[in-house]
Design a binder for this molecule. Sequence first.
Ligand code: NAD
Ligand code: NA
Length: 400
Amino acid sequence: MIINPVIKGVVARSAHPIGCREAVKQQITYCQSAPQIHDGPKRALILGASSGFGLASRISLTFGGSRTKTLGVSFERGPSDKGVGSAGWYNNIYFKQEAEKNGLKAVNLIGDAFSPKMREQVIRTIKEEFDGQVDLIIYSLASGVRPNLQTGEFWHSAIKPIGNAINGLTLNLEHEELTETSLSPASDQEVHDTIKVMGGEDWEEWITLLNNAGVLAEGCKTIAYSYIGPKSTYPIYHLGTLGQAKLDLHNKADLIHQKLQDIKGEAHVAVCKALVTKASVFIPGFSPYLLALFKVMKTMGLHEGCIEQAQRLFNSKLYTTSGEAVIDENRLIRLDDWELRDDVQRAVTELMANITPDNFKQLGDFDGYQEDFLKLNGFGFDSIDYGQDISMAFMESLKP
Ligand code: NAD
Ligand code: NA
């Protein structure tokens, strides 16, 4: 069959396997030529390994200087009568192929990271295939739901402001339109539930469980990803439900950090740059900011994608010659340092004020935003022949 991009709203309903391979390969090539990671971890567990920041972290660790063996957990779909499967499914497969070609172990576990079954499987796999311990755990899950294991019900996150309603423009990728959205303030229940889904509770549970199982090596580090952003996005992000969840994540980092003292471990939060990922395109009212930010940072030669951010995290912030992570006064690692520069934000604010549904393609970096979104799903690579026939048998032969 010929595989074309199918987009519904802001969700990709198809993915190109060969294009996903190309996306993984390009990220590998970047890491091989970038400043290398010194004294990185030997073995890492990545929760949320198949796309966005988690995948970039995995690629950076394996190919960016430290030759890390990785265990990746993700929730992805393979090919079936419903479709070709998700991009993350193919990212896992091609990452593993490339790692193994380089003589490095890579194991993929597909399933629900919130489930006790997956936790047991991870512990068993570390014991059986990673000499019993890991040296780093990346927590990079992005999900809209989390099961409440006590009740069997689900917590659902709501991306909303707190206190006052806000109006904003949201990019619809399917129709290439910027549409007016109005967001009512979250209820207390919605704030609570969003913290449950995107806060730090599950991260803390994972680390406690792994520590109790004895599978964390002495000096083991763990890191989760956060976002804060500039004042212009505070109403929808930092002071909204997601910001509350991230605050909880930051607090849990301090708690985990304390708990890991017995093994001389460390827990950190890396505050990242705003980027186009499967998760971030969902944030209503956020797209004009991304369109303006990309335009400005590219013009200034400061733009980074997930892979550049991951490589910079490991080569200059987490693994340093002094052995100490580079943190701010709140113990946060700042990868949003360039995004938040005064000159960048001044230009972004000016540009955002002028972006309208009529001119956003010209004023903002619409092409860049769209290209990133397509590439997340294996589309838009010049080097790939998208007219080629891809058989179901071929796709089914690929195993994670
Ligand atoms: P993403 O959607 O690209 O990746 C999410 C990963 O989580 C995927 O590997 C997915 O398979 C996995 N996952 C989701 N639910 C799962 C489940 N139940 N079980 C197992 N795996 C599951 O998202 P992303 O943008 O890379 O987000 C990762 C983290 O980075 C989030 O904490 C996010 O807030 C943070 N972050 C993102 C941005 C941004 O602009 N995209 C900026 C700063 C921080
Ligand atoms: Na991720």
